[in-house]
Design a protein around this ligand. Structure first.
Ligand SMILES: *Cc1c(COP(=O)(O)O)cnc(C)c1O
Length: 333
């Protein structure tokens, strides 16, 4: 039972329901056999059931809850044209009755981007050439929110990936959900692997671990930022998030991040492609080049190095990119 005071607290925080929860947790017996290690479980947050938002549905539930509580009328977010978060934010804003304005670096993409088109289809207002590079986006969002405020709007500005302490509540809640499922299945995970971009997802899990006393070793596969900087960020976010739901705080020792950038964000190496092919052929899992394949390669390497099991692979989605990548793939050997 998770019946702690913290769980009661998190259930009382404002939230707009978007995802179909709980997402499934299932044992991946064929992948275990292929990897020669186990038990191995997959937490299916590719199946959150809200557009193709994957993990982004969970933080958005709490972010929109906060936006509505503060009587905001427009969500402001930013990211690259490949951003799963921007598309998810656009759809989530619309269903919650808010407008959405999205900032992108550089000109509109020349090749079609599913996420940009999804955001457009949801009715979001898109601003290209907001800044020259991704790095300037968070400041640009704040400036854009000021402009909207001056025009009489009530904006709710979000940093890239929705990585705030409030957004992290989504994965603190998910940690409790996974704990409940593991207990029902009669095991305690030793190793949990999750892909890490902005760090909001891992921060939420770490906050949930502190709040609910979960002894898992959570390892993040950092795909876009150096491990040391994302680690600092995760700890700050996790502490702020944990403070909202209970007395217990995470420490530096709770944040384990590995550098999985390889040749760059969204560039999968040969090993990642082989790992993704294995996941597809054993379990029917679609893994993308930005997040999923690299996190699975990390899990594979950790298991080969003798990491403790049972292990859980947290599938975070990335379905649009996984499908797009199939067009570029040669058939892996
Ligand atoms: C955004 C995203 C992540 C990373 O989540 P963060 O909270 O930004 O660290 C992982 N996987 C997928 C598919 C994503 O879209």
């Amino acid at each position: 039972m998770i019946a702690s005071r913290s769980d009661t607290t998190i259930e009382s925080i404002a939230r707009v329901r978007l995802a179909t929860l709980p997402t499934p947790l299932h044992r991946a017996a064929r992948l275990e056999q292929a990897l020669g290690a186990g038990p191995l479980y997959v937490k299916r947050d590719d199946l959150t059931g809200f557009a193709v938002a994957g993990n982004k549905a969970r933080p958005l539930e709490f972010l929109l809850g906060a936006a509505l509580t503060q009587d905001c009328d427009v969500l402001v977010a930013a990211g690259s044209p490949s951003s799963n978060f921007c598309a998810a934010a656009a759809v989530a804003a619309r269903v919650a009755g808010l407008d959405c304005e999205l900032l992108f670096p550089g000109p509109p993409p020349t090749a079609p981007s599913v996420n940009v088109e999804l955001a457009r289809a949801a009715g979001a207002r898109l601003w290209f050439d907001a800044v020259p590079t991704r790095e300037g986006l968070d400041d640009a969002v704040l400036r854009h929110a000021d402009v909207l405020r001056d025009a009489g709007r009530r904006p709710y500005p979000l940093p890239r990936g929705g990585a705030t302490a409030v957004g992290a509540l989504g994965y603190a809640h998910a940690a409790a959900e996974l704990d409940e499922q593991c207990r029902a299945a009669g095991f305690t995970p030793r190793t949990v692997v999750v892909p890490t971009g902005s760090g909001g997802t891992q921060a939420g899990i770490v906050a949930g671990q502190a709040a609910f006393g979960l002894p898992w070793r959570v390892v993040g596969a950092s795909v876009s930022r150096p491990a040391s900087s994302v680690k600092d960020r995760i700890l700050v976010l996790a502490k702020d998030c944990a403070a909202m739901i209970g007395p217990d705080q995470p420490t530096e020792a709770d944040v384990d991040v590995r550098d999985c950038r390889g040749a760059g964000f969204g560039v999968a190496g040969a090993a990642d492609r082989a790992t993704a092919a294995m996941a597809l052929r054993t379990e029917g899992l679609l893994l993308d080049d930005y997040y999923g394949a690299k996190a699975m390669t990390l899990l594979r390497n950790l298991l080969a190095g003798g990491a403790s099991t049972p292990a859980v692979y947290w599938h975070t989605g990335g379905i649009p990119a996984a499908l797009a990548a199939l067009r570029e793939w040669g058939t892996p050997a």
